[in-house]
Design a protein around this ligand. Structure first.
Ligand code: PXL
Length: 264
């Protein structure tokens, strides 16, 4: 079983394609990786983010897609419009491969990972191809063009993102209720809330990449979408209990474990 990540390199290893490959491996899925941009960063923040030439991104995609058969594909940091367009061009030609978009715009600390024209290209060219988009609240606000603070706004944002062409939306931290952290999954028709006890976690790096990569790996294994988001949510919640201290700045996730072996 193979999944493909199309994402940026994080030299600290906590996020980006390094986090994606680690999540794929935790779910016994072979990872192919197409690099879109290279960052220079430790755990304190992104110092440099440099997109690759679009031809080089296209050549990687052609090499992978003409040979390997990923069961699911995800995107992460994409950099600029030229890179987004070359990816959309190649993905448009695939039919029925689940596509998960992590709409990475700004890292927790440091330089932007998608410029303004890249954002426009992302909305116009990639969103309509997506099976699932996995924004945080600020990304959802930007995509939907509405502020996302309340539960009602979170639901409206999911519907607006669906109307832009995405098949489903998983909004991280859709709202908070007392002691619970609630994520919101919109399957294109109905809303589902995924609840977990709210944890006191230190500032961390790579959570969004890892969550969307776990979903992608499960889809590659043939797990249906609603089960894949639920299982990834459970795995993430368990992993959040063990932050790893690898540098002076943000913590990263420790061990990733699948709760129990299932058939798929
Ligand atoms: O967490 C988002 C992210 C994605 N991809 C790369 C990153 C980051 C955050 O720093 O560096 C390459």
């Amino acid at each position: 079983m193979t999944a493909l990540t199309i994402a940026g390199s994080d030299s600290s290893g906590g996020a980006g394609l390094q986090a994606d490959l680690r999540a794929f491996a935790a779910l016994d899925v072979h990872g192919a990786s197409v690099v879109t941009l290279v960052t220079a960063q430790g755990t304190r923040g992104v110092r440099v983010a440099d997109p690759l030439r679009p031809e080089l991104v296209g050549a990687q995609l052609d090499a992978v897609l003409s040979d390997l058969r990923p069961g699911a594909i995800k995107t992460g940091a994409l950099g600029n419009a030229a890179v987004v367009e070359v990816i959309a061009d190649r993905l448009r030609k695939l039919d029925a491969t689940p596509l998960v978009l992590d709409p990475v715009i700004n890292p927790t600390r440091g330089r932007t990972l998608l410029d303004d024209s890249g954002f426009t290209a992302f909305v116009n060219d990639l969103l309509p191809l997506a099976s699932l988009v996995v924004p945080n609240r600020s990304e959802a606000s930007r995509l939907a063009g509405v502020t996302v603070r309340t539960q009602r706004q979170a639901r409206a944002a999911c519907q607006a993102i669906g109307a832009l062409g995405a098949g489903a939306v998983y909004l991280k931290g859709g709202h908070f209720e007392g002691q619970e952290a609630v994520d919101l999954f919109f399957d294109g028709r109905d809303f589902h809330e995924l609840r977990a006890p709210r944890l006191e976690v230190p500032p961390m790096h790579g959570l969004g990449c890892t969550l969307s990569a776990m979903m992608t790996a499960l889809l590659a294994r043939g797990v249906p979408l609603a089960e894949a988001v639920d299982e990834a949510h459970t795995m993430m919640h368990a992993a959040l209990r063990q932050p790893a201290d690898v540098g002076e700045g943000l913590k990263v996730l420790g061990a990733l474990q699948r709760p129990q072996k299932r058939e798929a």
